[in-house]
Structure formats: structure tokens, C-alpha cells
Ligand binder design. Structure first.
Ligand code: ADP
Ligand code: 5GP
Length: 181
């Protein structure tokens, strides 16, 4: 039986970076979400996300193909159900890198889920990291920072909260939580 893990946190808190480092472990696999947002320049379809149209996404909702889904900054994001079921049948650690509304749905459906909320050292650093990532327009960064204020209110709903200051320390802390060290 696999272990299900949620990694959440505001945009720019370091979720993608940390999941990539955790995935170096052969026991760890990350769910590939479906989204209607446009790919960033470095994102490949089927790797970062499955990029689909709104019509296709809404059809997946109707067909019950998603374990959860949410709307975030004007786009849909969802977790494919089949891949999740297959992963849980194996002896692996399956990461869901998802936002707070979807996390709450997964926590209801899978009470044994290990939920981790990533926090930036402070809001100024979060803004700087979002700008430095250089994949979002200034307007989009501002929107994501506004949404972050709401997301912080959900920290207590997660089993663990981890401040992502030094990257190596953060990854080691999470590896310990997942029983990987
Ligand atoms: P998210 O997936 O949560 O939106 P990313 O993983 O894309 O966040 O990280 C946002 C930016 O911050 C990236 O440019 C990443 O390289 C950088 N970053 C992540 N963690 C750290 C850290 N501990 N220290 C400094 N920069 C970091
Ligand atoms: P981004 O556009 O930065 O890739 O992601 C925006 C937000 O959507 C992030 O908080 C990310 O964790 C979240 N997200 C990505 N995939 C999913 C998903 O399948 N479901 C939900 N609920 N959120 C997701």
C-alpha cells in the first residue's frame, strides 16, 4: 500500500523545486495534474502537467475522472483519479502538489494522507522568489501574493508546516517526515 502525501503552500513557496528533489528517491513519484492554464516556457505537456482546454477539463469533471479539482487564479487544476488509485496500490510515496481547496477534499477522502504546508521565510522573500522565477507577469505575481494571504489561513489544517528557508534543510526535514532517512 502506497503513502499519499500533499505538498501545499502559496505560489513561490518552493513546492515544485522540493518535489523534484524528493523525486530523486526511486520510492517517490509525483502525481501529474491536469490544468487549463497555459504552459510556462520550460513546461512540457505530460511532464509538468497535462494541459487541456476548459471543455476537456469540464468533461473530465462530468466523467468523474478527477479525485479533486479547484479553480486557482482563473484556471482549473485537478488530480487524475486513475493514476492516484494505481499509485496507492503500489508500495510508493505519491506526492500531490496541490492548493488548499483541493487539499481539503483529499483530506476528507483519504484521512490517512500526510499533509505538509510549505511556508516561505516571510512575505517579502516570497515576492522576491516569485519575481526571480521569472515565469509570471508582474500582474500575475501580484494576484498570487494576494491569494497567498488567504492560503496562510489554512496552515493549521495540515499535519505539518515547514518553513522553506534553506533548501537542503527543508528537503531533509520533509524526507524525515516521510520516513525516507
Ligand atoms: P512553487 O512551486 O511553490 O510555486 P517554486 O518551486 O517554483 O515554487 O519556487 C519558486 C522560486 O523560488 C524558484 O525560482 C526556486 O528556484 C526558488 N526557491 C525555492 N526554494 C528556495 C529556497 N529554499 N531558497 C531560495 N530560493 C528558493
Ligand atoms: P501553478 O500555476 O503555479 O503551477 O499552480 C498553481 C497552484 O495550483 C499551486 O498552488 C499548485 O499546487 C496548484 N495545483 C497544481 N495542480 C493541482 C491539482 O491537481 N489540484 C489542485 N487543487 N491544485 C493544484
Amino acid at each position: 500500500m502506497g503513502k499519499l502525501v500533499i505538498i501545499s503552500g502559496p505560489s513561490g513557496s518552493g513546492k515544485t523545486t522540493i518535489c523534484k528533489l524528493l523525486e530523486k528517491d526511486p520510492q517517490v513519484k509525483k502525481s501529474i495534474s491536469v490544468t487549463t492554464r497555459l504552459p510556462r516556457h520550460n513546461e512540457k505537456n505530460g511532464k509538468a502537467y497535462h494541459f487541456v482546454s476548459t471543455k476537456e477539463f469540464e468533461e473530465m469533471i462530468r466523467n468523474g475522472e478527477l479525485a479533486e479539482y479547484a479553480e486557482y487564479c482563473g484556471s482549473y487544476y485537478g488530480t487524475p483519479m486513475n493514476a492516484l488509485r494505481e499509485a496507492l496500490a503500489k508500495d510508493i510515496i505519491y506526492l500531490l502538489e496541490i492548493e488548499v481547496q483541493g487539499s481539503l477534499l483529499i483530506m476528507e477522502k483519504f484521512p490517512e494522507v500526510i499533509s505538509i504546508f510549505l511556508l516561505p521565510p516571510d512575505k517579502k522573500t516570497l515576492g522576491q522568489r516569485l519575481m526571480e522565477r521569472n515565469t509570471n507577469k508582474k500582474q500575475d505575481v501580484e494576484l498570487r501574493l494576494k491569494v497567498a494571504d488567504k492560503e496562510f489561513e489554512y496552515t493549521d489544517r495540515y499535519k505539518y508546516s515547514v518553513v522553506n528557508d534553506d533548501l537542503e534543510v527543508t528537503v531533509n526535514t520533509i524526507r524525515e517526515i516521510l520516513g525516507l532517512t
